[in-house]
Design a protein around this ligand. Structure first.
Ligand code: MRU
Length: 363
């Protein structure tokens, strides 16, 4: 997608170097960082310079490739896995990418591993782009139907950032939005700010503005009210892990949006790339590990002062501790449809298995 007039992916190779955008600096500063070591790749995921399930997966794949340059032995491969798997617990794309890399590199001779790993990581990144483009096409059909029925701009609410910054390109939830915009369908996006880290305010709003898409920033609590007043035609969110029966784990607050959508008859769609399906779990509430992040993310906000300084501000008493679960689980029954790269599946075990008969695994 576009940054100014230039096209960027969120991770790319330049003269053999792996480059990323430091997303903690957006929207106020656009800073490109080079990842040189396994430890740096791990830090970039843990400290959320990169974030979003598909981009975490792609960065982990490149992290393994970077590690192979320093130590391509079996022990080096195992170490890369062990360091990277510990970075963030919820997005299953991390495990998926590490297992892909291990299965691919296992049979490769150590002296060939660094080059092979870089090539496979590049393929994983390219596959992500193709998956999201296909999600965009399938989601576009839904937006087109709503536009035809309604006759005015389609109002879409989204939560967090499941945009191109959360993936390698296109985004998951934003892919149908970008495709519809390109197809000339009038639309408007309600961007949830997404406390505590404000990925909506910092990242999704920046993406929408950069790509000329009509949008408004709203506080997380506004969605229900807008739905009651007919101002939301559909919700599209991303997911960090979706279970084999269609329970959707996504950024904290997604569940409340799904409840409000259900109560108001607003269709609630989840954009779901297949590497985000965890075929090994069924019950999302009980089986998915939810990342607990620092309470400081709740107690402080980051922003720009009127003099241009970017800073952090404490918003609560110093004596008050904060709890910060980063994700929640929306039960499948609240999900209208799962927009995958192969089409739109019902959020049921049978629906997902019929869409991906080649992937489903027994328990
Ligand atoms: O904590 P993050 O920023 O990595 O979480 C990302 C999300 O939850 C996104 O909203 C998303 O839906 C999953 S990535 C497409």
């Amino acid at each position: 997608m576009k940054v100014g007039t230039d096209h960027y992916r969120s991770i790319w190779l330049e003269g053999g170097a792996v480059r990323i955008i430091d997303q903690t600096r957006l929207p106020h500063e656009f800073v490109v960082v080079t990842l040189d070591t396994l430890e740096q790749a791990a830090t970039s995921i843990r400290d959320m310079w990169v974030r979003g399930a598909p981009l975490i997966g792609a960065t982990a794949a490149y992290g393994v490739a970077i590690a192979m340059r320093a130590d391509a032995s079996d022990a080096g491969l195992a170490r890369a896995h062990d360091v990277l798997i510990e970075t963030r617990p919820t997005a299953v794309n991390l495990r998926w990418a590490l297992e892909e890399m291990a299965a691919f590199l296992g049979p490769v001779a150590p002296e060939d591993r660094a080059a092979a790993a870089m090539e496979r990581a590049g393929q994983i990144a390219d596959e992500d782009v193709a998956i999201n483009a296909a999600i965009g096409e399938h989601g576009l059909t839904v937006i087109r139907q709503i536009a035809a029925r309604k006759g005015g701009p389609v109002n879409i609410l989204t939560h967090c950032n499941a945009g191109w910054l959360a993936t390698v390109d296109w985004g998951t939830a934003t892919a149908p939005i970008y495709k519809a915009h390109q197809a000339g369908i009038p639309l408007h996006v309600w961007v949830d700010e997404t406390r505590p880290r404000n990925q909506g305010a910092h990242l999704t709003a920046w993406e929408m503005a950069g790509n000329g898409i009509s949008h408004r920033l709203i506080v997380d609590n506004a969605g229900g009210h807008l739905m009651q007043h007919g101002q939301v035609d559909m919700v599209i969110v991303g997911t960090d892990r979706t279970t084999a029966r269609g329970d959707v784990c996504n950024k904290i607050g997604t569940y409340l949006k799904a409840l409000a959508a259900h109560d108001n008859g607003v269709p609630f769609y989840v954009a779901l790339p297949s590497p985000t399906i965890d075929w090994r779990v069924q019950d999302g509430v009980r089986e998915i590990p939810i990342e607990e992040r620092s309470g400081d993310e709740v107690s402080f906000v980051q922003g720009k002062l009127t003099d241009g300084t970017v800073t952090r501000l404490r918003i609560s008493p110093e004596a008050t501790l904060a709890t910060n679960p980063a994700f929640d689980v929306t039960p499948a029954r609240l999900v209208t449809g799962l927009i995958t790269e192969r089409g739109i599946a019902p959020a049921t075990a049978a629906g997902l298995a019929a869409m991906f008969p080649d992937r489903v695994v027994g328990r």
